[in-house]
Design a protein. Structure first.
Length: 148
């Protein structure tokens, strides 16, 4: 295990949530299994099933989608909450938040099941509770101009 890895799946996921909030690609690479699989609802701009090297493209589409709508660190806070845990698997609920230049905000309530292998994230499957509302927000949101 690398120094970042832990045998506690919930602790590993908390490290991953923190790295996602900070957009810390190096830490995420260390915490993802080489054959990690992400499954997002297909209609999202970064949706579908992504494994291994395809994670880089999914991550690029995720950041292209969310960075203009999350200009401040507070906007990127996921506020993860552990729902369930068993050996090698955890379920978290978190909020994927965004705001646009017109002041419109959206908070996407998300439930995700995470499976670990060798102390790293092996599979992530996300379920968005109000997918239609999220898609509408993403389609109509006007990016916030970067600050000085």
């Amino acid at each position: 295990m690398t120094p970042l890895q832990t045998s506690d799946p919930a602790a590993t996921m908390r490290l991953i949530f923190s790295a996602v909030e900070r957009r810390d690609r190096a830490q995420l690479d260390a915490l993802y299994h080489p054959q990690v699989t992400f499954v997002w609802p297909a209609p999202l701009p970064y949706g579908g099933t992504h494994t291994g090297d395809a994670i880089k493209e999914m991550t690029a589409r995720f950041t292209q989608t969310w960075d203009p709508l999350q200009p401040e660190p507070a906007d990127r806070r996921l506020d993860p909450e552990l729902v369930a845990a068993s050996q090698g698997e955890v379920v978290f609920r978190y909020l994927l938040k965004g705001r646009d230049s017109s002041g419109h905000t959206h908070s996407a309530d998300t439930l995700a099941r995470y499976t670990m292998q060798d102390g790293r994230l092996f599979r992530a499957q996300m379920y968005c509770f109000e997918l239609l509302d999220l898609l509408t927000f993403l389609a109509t949101a006007k990016p916030v101009a970067p600050g000085p």
